[in-house]
Design a protein around this ligand. Structure first.
Ligand SMILES: [Zn+2]
Ligand SMILES: [Zn+2]
Length: 168
């Protein structure tokens, strides 16, 4: 009974996910305002938190009904289109230390020139990471880099089924 008590929150939560990275980016102009009161900055983060909360409320780490409906239709195509980003995401996942060091170095260098630029870069990197983590979650069954890892060291696996089956 609890699962389907209302359709609107699920749809809203599903699309709220798309708003999270953009809500994060939308806070960037605030860090450029000199002597901005902290509470205004806090308010600026509200849309991001609301979008995250809505998304979590309807998904709770799983796929919701609209997710399920869109996956088999777009999955393979999107995985192909997003190939480069997915590869970068996997690289960062495999080399977290290097990824963090690179990000910190970029933020420090940018921050040396202009402090708000360093902070802005931080938000940009967070937004990009969030966006790609979400995209990856959507196309994981078709992710070339996940399959490569799951299937052993090489792509060819003799026992692989001829066609992937996805059970709901
Ligand atoms: Zn969804
Ligand atoms: Zn993957």
């Amino acid at each position: 009974m609890r699962k389907n008590h209302s359709r609107i929150p699920i749809a809203v939560g599903h699309y709220a996910e798309l708003a999270v990275p953009w809500a994060m980016l939308a806070t960037i102009p605030l860090v450029w305002v000199p002597e901005l009161p902290a509470w205004v900055l806090g308010l600026g983060f509200m849309p991001m938190y609301v979008a995250m909360a809505l998304h979590w409320a309807s998904h709770r780490g799983k796929l919701c009904a609209p997710c399920m409906a869109s996956l088999p239709l777009q999955g393979p195509e999107l995985a192909e289109r997003w190939r480069r980003g997915l590869r970068t995401l996997h690289w960062v996942g495999d080399h977290p230390l290097q990824g963090i060091l690179l990000a910190c170095a970029a933020m420090m260098v940018t921050g040396l020139f202009m402090a708000p630029a360093g902070v802005s870069l931080f938000f940009v990197l967070c937004a990009i990471s969030t966006l790609w983590a979400m995209r990856h979650a959507r196309v994981m069954p078709w992710c070339h880099w996940c399959r490569r890892r799951g299937g052993g060291d090489e792509e060819e696996s003799p026992v692989a089924p001829p066609s992937p089956t996805v059970n709901a």
